[in-house]
Write a protein that binds this ligand. Structure first.
Ligand code: BGC
Length: 388
């Protein structure tokens, strides 16, 4: 992208972030959520699948492929868990949260039952979406026949639990149905329909979309969840990247303006108004997401502002943390979380990933990015839609 003399050198910083993601990837493909934060020594499907998309954006196709192979192998290890969960639900038996497929795996691909709120279906949808994009753009990538089994199991799992209450992308509120989770499920099912050539999953995606639009029909904007009519920044993913709504949808436009009104903190974006995690600071992941939306609708000045904000939060070592400003915003909660787990993650792989994605979006709009990057963005923009 074109830069003024005193603007941050985004292309170079993005390249350094790509190196950080690669550094945080194990040889087996697993991507650690954060190398420094005690609680994040795992690979989350959510963080990892966004990070794999960023690797594809950066033309690091082999690394992205290694991640998808690692997910496939991890899914194969929990085949029984997935089938049991589906069977329990379809036979009407109760399903305890503990026995659900996990949100996060150890870096060796094992499941840890440690009381973490594991039942979060969004990561499975995000994986299928990310895998679909990878196969669309990575040269010489082809759908390994082995992967079909994992794709099918995950798609049937999503189909079964698509509109069930579960924990959200912030690993909270397990009794609600969450709008951004529905969008991940939608995108995952659309992707699975194409990969498996099975239109049944498109039909399910279409019905997920009807549920997703429920709050907007009632309120005129997309709410956080079935239990909260407030906003949540993760709802921005309805447009980029999950394409569950068009960026010019009036309900979505209204949602964006409410998010801008309620969630901006010192130029960055917070998760939701009542967030208290480490004082509820502003997240690079979400600020870059807002920038991604702005870039999509041609508001490049606003998108660059978001990119600059994220770039302004790299530390001297090039690390990019999870969140900023919580200490000043809500000292009491910041201290409570710090006493419990130590300071917030100083280096979050997903933060790097979203910076890379936004930098690439803007470089593409400037016409300075590689042809392969453009193919990825186009592939995401033209992913098939499921219409009711
Ligand atoms: C966030 C999740 C994220 C996890 C690992 C949690 O605090 O709420 O969205 O997947 O950290 O980064």
């Amino acid at each position: 992208m074109s830069e003024t003399a005193d603007a941050p050198p985004h292309a170079a910083l993005a390249q350094r972030s790509v190196s950080a993601i690669l550094h945080n990837q194990r040889a087996n493909g697993a991507i650690v959520a954060s190398p420094d934060f005690s609680q994040y020594q795992f690979c989350w499907l959510r963080d990892g699948s966004f990070s794999a998309f960023a690797l594809d954006v950066a033309s690091e196709y082999d690394a992205a492929a290694r991640y998808h192979q690692w997910v496939h192998e991890s899914i194969q290890r929990i085949r029984g868990l997935i089938e049991d969960a589906i069977l329990r639900r379809t036979s009407g038996a109760g399903s305890g949260e503990v026995e659900m497929p996990p949100a996060r795996f150890t870096l060796d691909g094992a499941v840890v039952v440690d009381g973490w709120p594991n039942f979060q279906i969004d990561g499975y949808g995000t994986w299928l979406w990310s895998l679909g994009r990878h196969l669309d753009v990575a040269p010489e990538s082809k759908l390994s026949p082995d992967w079909l089994d994992s794709i099918d199991r995950v798609a049937r799992y999503l189909e079964t639990f698509a509109v069930s209450p579960c924990f959200d992308v912030w690993e909270e509120s397990g009794t609600a149905v969450h709008t951004s989770t529905l969008a991940s499920v939608y995108a995952g099912l659309v992707s699975a329909a194409a990969l498996l050539d099975d239109m049944r999953f498109l039909e399910t995606a279409a019905s997920v979309k009807v549920t997703l639009e429920g709050s907007a029909r009632r309120l005129g904007y997309f709410n956080k969840s079935s239990e909260s009519d407030d906003v949540d920044a993760s709802v921005l993913w309805l447009d980029s990247p999950f394409r569950a709504v068009s960026s010019s949808d009036p309900w979505f436009e209204k949602t964006v303006s409410l998010i801008e009104d309620r969630l901006v903190l010192d130029g960055g974006l917070r998760r939701y108004p009542t967030d208290t995690y480490f004082g509820g600071g502003a997240w690079p992941v979400l600020t870059a997401t807002l920038g991604w939306h702005y870039a999509t609708i041609g508001k490049t000045t606003d998108a660059r502002r978001c990119l600059d904000w994220v770039a302004g939060h790299f530390d001297r070592e090039g690390r990019l943390g999870e969140q900023f400003g919580g200490e000043q915003r809500d000292r009491q909660h910041f201290d409570e979380w710090t006493d419990r787990w130590g300071p917030p993650a100083a280096d979050l792989t997903w933060s790097h990933a979203m910076y890379v994605i936004l930098e690439n979006e803007l470089a593409r709009s400037d016409g300075t990015s590689a042809a392969s990057d453009s193919r990825l963005a186009e592939s995401n923009a033209s992913a098939p839609e499921a219409r009711p």
